[in-house]
Unconditional design. Structure first.
Length: 147
């Protein structure tokens, strides 16, 4: 009885480990783009996309790895078939430029917020351009007028 429980437990734990070694059709289809309609294979219904999907299933049945399948698709259709650009060479710019732009935007906003928070709270009083003595006399006359 104990041996049976041990075998069942081993099979239950081994199943995910064995499945992890096999490529996942859905995962590969999201990494590839149809060369005709430029949608990912999981969303495309174009005839070329259907052929690519059947080839993926065939390669998985033959025991190919995910990387081997992706490499074959790039050889057959070019690097534009990948849904994400490579992370090396010239294609690295597709990753760096948006991140660099976002970082620059955050820095500019931070500096702007710092500048605006240090600005005077209210508007500066306008300079009348009058002589201080005349301005004093006008203020006195206005006070007398208000009474």
């Amino acid at each position: 009885m104990r041996a049976v429980a041990l075998v069942v437990t081993a099979l239950v734990l081994a199943a995910p480990a064995l499945a992890a070694g096999r490529p996942n059709v859905a995962a590969i289809e999201t990494k590839l783009v149809c060369p005709v309609c430029h949608e990912t294979l999981d969303q495309s219904t174009a005839p070329v996309a259907q052929e690519m999907k059947s080839l993926i299933r065939k390669r998985i049945a033959q025991g190919w790895t995910e990387q081997q399948i992706l490499d074959e698709m790039v050889r057959n259709f070019g690097p534009g078939v990948l849904s994400t650009p490579a992370k090396h060479g010239f294609d690295l710019l597709a990753w760096v430029l948006p991140l660099g732009g976002a970082l620059a935007g955050v820095i500019v906003l931070g500096l702007g917020a710092r500048h605006w928070s240090r600005a005077p709270a209210g508007p500066a009083p306008p300079d009348s351009g009058l002589d201080p003595e005349i301005e004093r006399r006008i203020d006195e006359e206005l006070e007398r007028f208000d009474d």
